[in-house]
Design a protein around this ligand. Sequence first.
Ligand code: IPM
Ligand code: MG
Length: 364
Amino acid sequence: MSHKVTVLPGDGIGPEVVAEAMAVLRQAGDIFGFAVDVEEGLVGGASIDAHGKPLTDEVLAMAKSSDAVVLGAMGGPKWDGLDYSIRPERALLALRQELGLFANLRPVKLFAPLARASTLKPEVVEGTDLVVVRELTGGIYFGQPKGVTTEADGSERGVNTLVYTTPEIERIARVAFDAARRRRGRVTSVDKANVLESTELWRKVVTRVRDEEGYGDVELEHVLVDNCAMQLIRDPRQFDVIVTTNMFGDILSDEAAMLTGSIGMLPSASLGGKVGMYEPVHGSAPDIAGQDKANPLATILTVALMLRHSFDQGAAADCIEQAVERVLETGCRTLDIAEGEAAVVGCKEMGERVRQEVTASQAA
Ligand code: IPM
Ligand code: MG
């Protein structure tokens, strides 16, 4: 069987980490008996430089006609001055919207050997295993009206609008409840219902989906976003599935990433349409781009998510995740997760070590 994958490495460290992850994917294909048919495209700043816009119709069509999309990272200081409508980040938002990817799964799992890599105490982060289910195509990122206008007195007015409709909330709630059933059966819905009407609706609809759609077996609690931000670093083990709005999910997932030692460890899967998109949570890290210093593990783990969610290759996904864990057990670290005496390796070497472990696991 062959899976058609659109690969969009993007900017900064994107190409480096994607190269390592794709090599792991091809290796998994050889072992588990599937082929990947890869088509590569430019996106973000790379596309702006070549075509004057962050996402071309050709690349969008390529993505739509594939089975899954692997994305690196987008953006960098070079393109920061551009108008919002043509910034690199726009490509990401357009892809999410055009592909109908309303559900973004961001698993936050601490690999035991990294308990000391976090800036938080090991006894706090140990055992962390949660998933942030972030709504991805609605909320303040997309709500109308938006923009900056000039008032009669010459002052400017900037507007973004936080909008959620019942169907948007219902479908993301279902994703969260279904995910909880496959895990520890607990959903924390995060809102700001004490202040924001649209999230008061969020709270009401999430509760109704649980009560009226047969999810009574799933435990549901509602937590305000400020409290959730605090609870995440006070006692992360209390969380199983966190379901929240687009912007709260963006912020809380960066915070939660630090529980795993580094944002360089966090994968994500964007689902809901025919084609899934898989992207590491981290950005393009222009400060270390092209220096073989980036951590490829988030992207390698992202490819594992693609195998599980888009290609029904659960065994291959498990194999890659276990290989990552074993590499970390040997003390091998990239710069972002380095501690004490541990041997620091580059991006390429880290990718190679994972592939060695994948091979070794098959020999055993
Ligand atoms: C993320 C990123 C993006 C977002 C940016 C790059 C548009 O921060 O995927 O978390 O805000 O969604
Ligand atoms: Mg983010």
